[in-house]
Ligand binder design. Structure first.
Ligand code: AMP
Ligand code: MN
Ligand code: MN
Length: 351
């Protein structure tokens, strides 16, 4: 008989030696992280602005672990408009969150999650610059390591993978709340286990998390199968003006589109996943106008073009197949600049 995973729901999972091996991070770096965490009473956590599931999930998961070790924990992200995106409000641990204004001005120890550049700290940049120690936990290949200690592994499918490693090394056990946070990071950054980053180790990690009794069906519905009605209308406008040109498909969504249907900026995240399915295109781009009037540019590649390099050249960053940047120019000028950088990374439209 198959045991019900829920029977094991609240039994803490402890790692065996196989769980905490591998990866590109030197043992000495992990050791130093454990020492820094061990001697801190209060630890300030941060993730990138407009957090996604991996950023917020990894941060809150480690927050739970640090709390269980008796640490005082504050967590935040540096957005002017400090709200947790609607689709991530199901994540447990949100009582750890404080707005940037209430964040320690000069933390003794800070840990950042999924933050690829100093700029992605937003309003928390000054706090980070004044922190005594900053541990950078991340998986972006473009991360230059802006902290005093890097736990960066670009082979990790998600920052959540590294968060899980940190948890075991700290001697923490997995419970359902932590698992919900880590699973959200893993499932969002792997595109529901569809991207090439989905290794056997990713599935093994998912199995450990699911064994705590979490509801993968409920998490999937929260993340991908819900939208306000206005989303349909804004999506229709975006798709109506989609343009296909020589292997590139692109569109844009303005503030005016959103205002007409009362749709918050964070609801636009899924549009790129519809645009990028275009068979005729190797690269997909969606320009999203945020509340400040800047364009947040989301780009995706099917593999031949390194959009991460193109976006890094334009002041942003990301991964080979998923990247982004901020543009202060018009739609036309933004697209001209992107086409130019894409040309330089030398991709082939054929095949
Ligand atoms: P998104 O299109 O927002 O889902 O982002 C895709 C990838 O690009 C993520 O890995 C982000 O970390 C990265 N990214 C998006 N926007 C920026 C930006 N303004 N600066 C640096 N990296 C970004
Ligand atoms: Mn992220
Ligand atoms: Mn990530």
């Amino acid at each position: 008989m198959t045991p019900d995973v829920r029977d094991r729901a609240d039994r803490p999972f402890r790692a065996d030696s196989r769980t905490v091996t591998g990866g590109a991070i030197p043992e000495a770096a992990w050791d130093r992280a454990l020492r820094l965490i061990g001697r801190a009473d209060e630890i300030a956590l941060a993730c990138h602005v407009t957090p996604d599931g991996d950023a917020l999930g990894s941060m809150l998961a480690v927050g739970f672990v640090l709390r269980s070790l008796g640490k005082r924990v504050v967590a935040s992200f540096g957005d002017h408009h400090f709200v947790v995106p609607r689709l991530l409000r199901f994540l447990p641990g949100q009582d750890m969150l404080v707005p940037p204004a209430d964040y320690p001005a000069a933390p003794e120890l800070m840990i950042t999650f999924d933050v690829s550049t100093f700029e992605r700290l937003g309003l928390l940049r000054e706090n980070t610059a004044r922190a005594r120690e900053v541990i950078v936990v991340d998986h972006h290949p473009s991360n230059e390591g802006f902290g005093t200690l890097s736990l960066i592994d670009s082979t990790a499918a998600a920052t959540a993978v590294l968060a899980e490693q940190l948890m075991y090394r700290l001697g923490g056990g997995l419970d359902r709340d932590i698992a919900v946070c880590l699973y959200t990071g893993l499932v969002t950054d792997t595109g529901s286990f569809r991207h090439s980053s989905t290794t056997p180790a990713v599935h093994q990690m998912a199995a450990r998390l699911v064994a705590t009794g979490l509801r993968t069906d409920e998490i999937a519905r929260e993340l991908w199968d819900r939208s306000p009605f206005g989303y349909l209308k804004v999506l229709a406008a975006a798709l109506d003006r989609a343009t296909l040109e020589d292997g590139l498909v692109w569109t844009y969504v303005t503030r005016v589109d959103r205002a007409a249907h009362g749709l918050p900026y964070a609801e636009l995240e899924g549009i790129i996943d519809i645009v990028r399915r275009t068979d005729e295109a190797e690269v997909a781009v969606v320009l999203k106008e945020d509340d400040q009037g800047d364009w947040q540019v989301s780009t995706r590649s099917k593999g031949r073009a390194d959009v991460g390099a193109a976006c890094a050249a334009l002041g942003g960053g990301g991964h080979h197949n998923a990247a982004g940047y901020t543009s202060h120019e018009s739609v036309e000028a933004t697209m001209d600049a992107f086409r130019r950088e894409l040309g330089k990374v030398g991709w082939s439209r054929a095949g």
